[in-house]
Design a protein around this ligand. Structure first.
Ligand code: UT7
Length: 324
């Protein structure tokens, strides 16, 4: 028998306030038409002033626990993927522990920007396989609206706020790729590309939290190639190919990147979960949000083979192959 980290529950939370593209036409030289055509985004959610990342994360975690039929008492560890924490420290994960009423176990944050959920999932898998934890809440939660430069039309129209979560639990498998759970992962980063996407402030430099800066066009050119390679690597590690894939659950940055990657992987768009039109780019939250919406819409079903892939600041990129 082989130990596997299996998704036992999934949930998400989106802030109440929905902002359509037309809202930006009032203050910027932009249009609904440009935003839709270049990114596929139609609207995004923005957190209320008194809503912090840990609030969004907690609501998503509660939804995931409910779908798993579990309570916080059943959880050994909380991992939050985020680049927009409430405070410099402590971690958002420890705040989520407190808000859930957890008084045992441990929590920490993972910072790999838009690829954060893929990195967090891989860490959670390692904790489970090494026996450190039996059940892990893995959350992606972001309030990117807090790091937008509202005068920069090339970035502020693209991002949104939200959170998604999964409960990952230890289960016995047979050791082959028919098992449910995480089957393979491929992680990468390369700091030479850091100027393509970064925030221009921080604790040990400016002493401010800073604003997001992006060379979108350069990043776009890296994205499709690196996402295709990482997804192919993760599949090949376990002897699978694009033919075996039920769903690609990609990071939701741009519909053209999602389409380009699916095409290169040879997976039709009918087998890709798309939420970018409704959520915008929610960074580390985008994959768990897409997982949750995909299940809610009746698309993702037990036994399906999923490939998640993401790229973002760092650059950091990677993919996880799992059977739902
Ligand atoms: O989540 C992390 C990963 N993120 C990504 O992977 C994002 C990757 N990049 C992208 O998604 C795309 O590059 C963008 C959506 C950011 C931009 O699309 P693009 O087709 O690469 O456009 P561009 O940057 O080449 O800009 C084309 C034109 C420029 O004008 P000129 O120089 O051709 O006159 C921009 O100034 O569009 C202009 N522009 C806008 N026009 C209207 C840029 N932003 C806007 C805007 N409204 N909001």
């Amino acid at each position: 028998m082989t130990l596997r980290a299996v998704v036992q529950g999934v949930g998400h939370y989106l802030p109440e306030r929905i902002v359509p593209n037309s809202e930006f036409e009032k203050t910027l030289d932009t249009s609904d038409e440009w935003i839709r055509a270049r990114s596929g985004i139609e609207q995004r959610h923005f957190a209320a002033e008194d809503e912090a990342t840990s609030d969004l994360a907690t609501y998503a975690a509660q939804a995931a626990l409910k779908s798993a039929g579990l309570t916080a008492d059943d959880i050994d560890a909380v991992i939050v993927a985020t680049s927009t924490p409430d405070l410099t420290f402590p971690s958002v994960a420890t705040m989520v522990q407190d808000k859930l009423g957890m008084t045992r176990g441990f929590g920490f944050d993972v910072q790999a920007v838009c690829a954060g959920f893929v990195f967090a999932l891989t860490n959670a898998n390692a904790l489970i396989l090494s026996g450190q934890a039996k059940r892990v809440l893995v959350i992606g939660a972001e309030t990117f609206s807090r790091i937008m430069d509202w005068e920069d039309r090339s970035t502020c129209v693209l991002f949104g706020d939200g959170a998604g979560a999964v409960v990952l639990g230890a289960e016995e498998g047979t050791g082959d790729t028919s098992d449910r759970g995480i089957l393979s992962a491929d992680l990468n980063s390369d700091g030479r590309y850091r100027d393509m996407l970064y925030v221009d402030g921080g604790v040990s430099t400016s002493g401010t939290s800073g604003k997001l800066r992006m060379q979108g066009n350069l990043l776009f050119r890296q994205a499709v190639e690196k996402l295709t390679t990482t997804a192919t690597n993760a599949l090949e590690k376990i002897g699978l190919s694009d033919d075996d894939v039920s769903w690609i659950v990609p990071h939701q940055a741009n519909i053209r990147i999602i389409q380009g990657t699916a095409k290169k992987l040879g997976v039709p768009m009918e087998n890709v979960i798309v939420t970018v039109h409704k959520h915008g780019n929610t960074s580390a939250a985008s994959i768990p949000l897409a997982l949750s919406v995909g299940v809610e819409e009746g698309k993702i079903k037990p036994g399906d083979l999923l490939v998640t892939e993401a790229i973002g600041g760092g650059l950091a990129w990677g993919s996880v192959v799992l059977r739902w």
